[in-house]
Design a protein around this ligand. Structure first.
Ligand SMILES: NC(=O)c1ccc[n+]([C@@H]2O[C@H](COP(=O)([O-])OP(=O)(O)OC[C@H]3O[C@@H](n4cnc5c(N)ncnc54)[C@H](O)[C@@H]3O)[C@@H](O)[C@H]2O)c1
Length: 313
């Protein structure tokens, strides 16, 4: 039985990770400041004696004795990370410093939830880990992209300088139950619009592609990465299956039996045109890990979750 700290544990991905780690028999300390996370996401875990919930902001030092740290604290959707961009950078950078300092002190293994956004608007397709990216340092997405890039730098420097046992994963678009309906991400936007019978809004001409990973596949990859020896990453975790925005909208409309129509709007600044992971390294280092859940299989429970969420409003 391990003691594990999950920062950002009340968020979308964190809540699934906490549940998985508890199911494996670990003691889980979930730390969150509820900026985008919700108690509702982890309320079903509160009766478990191996689960502890702590309200804390990762930009302030925190001390606890644990074996492993998953550092997920950071708003992940553009409307939320752009709401207070200075705070977003602080969460990534100061949060990383605080958690790395803790890992160093207590000799814990620590995993950073980085992002495919470190590749920016890539010239290389699909993206592999050796690609350094094409990121605008002064745009409206930079607080997130550059904050995460600096966090990766800190992780590598704590590893090289202090021998901290680090792991870096670069997460590509992930979806599933416990996403917020208002988080502005494409899967949640389309599902909520379809369930409400509103127009489905596509930004640009809808031919830009994205890859979509179901959250259970990601959590499997995260725990496998945490268990590796002599491998720091970074490693991509994503689903290489590519869909255009039009294809996604049509799938959502058909699975929800919605009468919604598709409408087209101007593309926001710095929106990458194409994003697709190369997962060769993950397959090699994580015992053949690859996503198992198809878009349609993953959309069904996600739609059921949003249906219930909206009905409860
Ligand atoms: N969902 C994706 O597709 C995706 C893709 C790439 C990377 N990621 C990364 O995965 C992690 C989790 O993302 P998510 O999709 O679950 O987003 P989320 O917004 O649902 O979860 C983030 C959690 O961090 C908490 N948090 C934010 N600032 C904090 C702070 N200062 N102190 C303590 N807690 C704080 C939030 O309240 C929330 O519970 C993030 O680091 C994100 O950058 C997610």
């Amino acid at each position: 039985m391990k003691q594990i700290l999950v920062t950002g544990g009340a968020g979308f991905i964190g809540s699934h990770l906490c549940e998985r780690l508890l199911n494996e028999g670990n003691i889980v300390i979930c730390m969150d400041n509820y900026f985008t996370g919700r108690k509702q996401n982890i309320v079903h875990l509160l009766n478990n004696p191996n689960f502890e919930l702590v309200r804390h902001d990762v930009t302030f030092p925190y001390y606890v004795e644990v074996d492993e740290i998953y550092n997920l604290a950071c708003p992940a959707s553009p409307p939320h990370y752009q709401f207070d961009p200075v705070s977003t950078t602080k969460t990534s950078v100061i949060g990383a410093i605080n958690m790395l300092g803790l890992a160093k002190r207590i000799k814990a293994r620590i995993l950073q939830a980085s992002t495919s956004e470190v590749y920016g608007d890539p010239f290389v397709h699909p993206q592999e880990e050796s690609y350094w990216g094409n990121v605008n340092p002064i745009g409206i997405r930079s607080c997130y992209d550059e904050g995460k890039r600096c966090a990766e730098t800190l992780f590598m420097d704590y590893y090289r300088q202090n021998n901290v046992d680090i792991k870096i994963i670069r997460i590509f678009n992930t979806y599933g139950p416990n996403m917020r309906p208002d988080d502005g991400r494409v899967v949640s936007n389309f599902i909520v619009q379809a369930l409400k019978g509103e127009n489905i809004t596509i930004y640009g001409d809808g031919t830009q592609t994205r890859s979509f990973q179901y959250v259970d596949d990601l959590v499997e990859g995260m725990t496998r990465m945490m268990a590796t020896e002599n491998f720091t990453g970074p490693v991509n975790l994503g689903n290489p299956g590519e869909f255009t925005m039009i294809e996604l909208a049509e799938k959502v409309i058909s699975l929800t039996n919605s009468k919604s129509k598709i409408t087209f709007h101007p593309l926001p600044a710095d929106d990458p045109k194409q994003r697709k992971p190369n997962i060769t390294l993950a397959k090699e280092k994580l015992n053949g890990w690859e996503p198992k859940i198809s878009l349609e299989e993953g959309l069904r429970p996600t739609i059921a979750y949003f249906r219930q969420y909206l009905n409860a409003q």
